[in-house]
Design a protein around this ligand. Structure first.
Ligand SMILES: [Zn+2]
Length: 222
């Protein structure tokens, strides 16, 4: 039977109350409910009393311990900076964690090999992406100095690492994205932009100072 999942919020509300025992749930403590706006219970009144916490971070353990547990209580904490809830871990039965640990020990080598293979595939995709992006830059800026398109493309690839569209064909690259990458490169390599910081000038000021220089280089490269 599939495991039933429930949310456990480390509540960011001050006045949450347990519907079972009526006790107040202090800020940052476990509140078991569908959302923080729903009615819910404290940890002591929840079915997770006696369960064990598996911290987040190990995908195989997370998946497997959930599979072996009757209930799974997903611990969520609000991240104010990112404006979203993040998984801190999950409460599952202790025996489920033990079973998961055994399974992970048994196929550790196979999983490591799989991860290694996936890393190689990712690396290959990165190379294709850089090559295609470099070609797109060269097409748009045919007078750009030799090999510079690769420098710009690999930098852009690092920045966009993990995003979708990484295997895009040269034709599919957004012209605006190409322009932005080339402009950023020129800003840092062909102008005194970086040297101007720390001298009391504001970033917007420095940016507008070097803009005409950037445009003149862009026109030469076109
Ligand atoms: Zn309670």
């Amino acid at each position: 039977m599939a495991t039933v999942s429930q949310n456990i919020f480390l509540t960011r509300k001050e006045k949450q109350r347990c519907v079972c025992c009526g006790k107040r749930i202090p800020f940052g403590k476990s509140f078991i409910a569908e959302t923080e706006d729903h009615k819910g219970t404290c940890f002591a009144c929840s079915p997770f009393l006696g369960y064990s916490l598996l911290p987040a971070g190990n995908a195989a353990m997370t998946r497997r311990s959930k599979k072996h547990s009757k209930l799974c209580g997903v611990v969520l904490k609000w991240n104010q900076r990112r404006k979203r809830y993040e998984r801190k871990g999950q409460f599952v039965e202790e025996i489920a964690i033990e079973k998961a640990r055994l399974e992970c020990e048994n196929d550790r080598e196979a999983r490591e090999l799989k991860n290694k293979k996936a890393a190689i595939v990712r690396e290959q995709k990165d190379k294709v992406y850089i090559l295609n992006f470099a070609n797109a830059i060269r097409n748009k800026y045919p007078n750009c100095p030799q090999k510079r398109e690769f420098k710009i493309a690999s930098h852009a690839c690092e920045k966009h690492s993990g995003r979708v569209g990484r295997t895009a064909d040269a034709k599919e690259f957004d012209p605006q994205m190409i322009d932005l990458a080339v402009q950023a490169h020129i800003r840092h390599t062909e102008t005194n932009y970086d040297e101007q910081f720390g001298k009391g000038k504001r970033k917007t000021e420095i940016r507008s100072d070097v803009q005409s220089k950037i445009e003149s280089v862009l026109n030469k490269w076109k």
